[in-house]
Design a protein around this ligand. Structure first.
Ligand code: NAG
Ligand code: NAG
Ligand code: NAG
Ligand code: NAG
Length: 391
């Protein structure tokens, strides 16, 4: 216990030291004077590097994440080419050799199913997100809050399930590390953005049917994603949710920061979520999905024509709702938050509240001991780092 609290204090100190910010700007359809399509460029400039996020609804909703080692790297789009049947090469970063890592996440399909009588599942016709019609996100762009929302409905909706509803992706970019205000109160860094998947007002096609979102990640040759399920230690910010999942890239010969997705095993059935609005969120197994991504024109535009053979494509299903009840059926609202970015995914440590309760409970002598061991650890770390140059 004492060691754990000591480590937590140490992590807090380290986090405070590692704090650095970025200057973030958002641009809608750069260089294109029309709102018939959506392309949102989020540029996050640091002292020595730039991260580019390119959100788009051209094809299936997707985001390109590009890390560059230049504070002045720029996104270029050849719009005539991008909107043509052969978009390969229409999106690039200038200068090209500043790119240290590029990856993409595509949201491909929304499945809906209900429990069928003999223990099976009944699937309704799939919503293919590359066949949605999307509103212009231009009017949702908030350059101060650094948010934008991409909202759409199926291009054809014979059953009218979306007649009073929509599916949306809400983006929030960050200039510094912190924690989101609303549940699940995800931690973020300046090297990440938050995405909320929202389903609002959509009529379920079955009695208590559940939804399942399929996403795919695209990694350059040699790199691969893996799904990691960790236990969270903190029960103060996201009460009763203990599982944190992350989809991390492994790349043996990359010295650049690697991309990640991170989320908690929970969604919420309310616009202003409280603990009792929780909807269970489960991830399936990560599987290879080469050559099977429909409507991936932005990927083709950036990674080139042979991207589906040269890149590693992995697919993952995330399902919402469990045995605990029919929250969506009642609320007609679902919100799932996920963090996307580069580097080390943020980790919860014991919160100041928990630490102070522990300190009071253990009494002052132990608290002194804790502080002492922290200082000792710090001193040791300093000694080690002094030794390093000799090697
Ligand atoms: C954009 O792409 C088109 C079609 O490939 C090409 O003809 C044109 O020269 C390109 N424009 C620029 C500015 O590169
Ligand atoms: C449409 O949605 C609104 C709010 O989401 C709700 O108040 C209203 O009752 C819905 N109308 C129908 C016909 O479902
Ligand atoms: C839907 O489910 C509820 C609760 O399980 C049940 O009371 C109701 O009869 C069901 N309705 C239909 C049409 O199956
Ligand atoms: C996701 O779920 C659908 C429907 O059950 C299934 O067809 C598909 O293979 C699943 N994909 C992955 C990656 O598990």
């Amino acid at each position: 216990m004492a060691a754990a609290a000591g480590l937590a204090l140490l992590a807090l100190l380290a986090a405070a030291g590692a704090e650095r910010g970025r200057k973030v700007s958002m641009e809608y359809n750069p260089g294109w004077n029309s709102s018939s399509v959506n392309l949102l460029h989020v540029r996050a400039v640091g002292p020595e590097d730039t991260l580019h996020y390119v959100w788009s609804s051209i094809g299936a909703p997707s985001v390109l994440l590009v890390a560059t080692q230049s504070p002045s790297s720029a996104l270029r789009v050849n719009w005539t080419q991008l909107l043509s049947p052969s978009p390969a090469g229409a999106i690039w970063i200038d200068p090209p050799d500043s790119v240290v890592y590029s990856t993409a996440v595509v949201f491909t399909k929304l499945f809906e199913f209900s429990e069928a009588k003999p223990g099976g599942e009944l699937f309704y016709p799939t919503y293919d997100l590359s066949e949605f019609s999307w509103d212009s996100l231009n009017h949702t762009l908030n350059h101060t809050a650094l948010t934008a929302e991409l909202s759409g409905v199926p291009a054809t909706d014979p059953g009218g399930a979306f007649s009073n509803g929509s599916l949306a992706f809400r983006v929030t970019a960050y200039e510094a590390a912190g924690r989101a205000g609303a549940l699940p109160r995800l931690l973020h860094t300046a090297d990440s953005s938050q995405l909320q998947f929202l389903l609002a007002g959509v009529t379920p096609r079955g009695n208590g049917s559940r939804f399942l979102l399929q996403l795919a990640t695209v990694e350059p040759a040699g790199a691969a994603r893996r799904l990691q399920r960790d236990s969270s230690i903190d029960d103060e910010y996201t009460p009763s949710i203990f599982q944190v999942l992350s989809l991390r890239a492994d790349s043996p010969n990359s010295s650049s920061p690697l991309p990640f997705l991170q989320w908690k095993a929970v969604a919420y059935g309310s616009r202003s979520p409280r603990r009792e609005d929780s909807i269970q969120c489960r991830a399936g197994e990560l599987s290879l999905a080469n050559g099977s991504l429909p409507g991936a024109s932005v990927l083709q535009a950036f990674f080139g024509d042979s991207w589906d053979s040269s890149c590693t494509v992995s697919a993952l299903n995330v399902s919402f709702g469990g045995e605990e009840g029919q929250v969506y059926q009642e609320r007609r609202y679902l919100s799932w938050s996920v963090l996307l970015g580069f580097g080390q995914p943020p980790r919860d440590t014991f919160s100041p509240l928990v630490i102070s309760i522990t300190a009071v409970a253990l009494g002052t002598p132990l608290a002194m001991l804790l502080l002492g061991s922290c200082l000792l650890l710090l001193a040791q770390r300093r000694r080690y780092s002094e030794y390093e140059p000799i090697n």
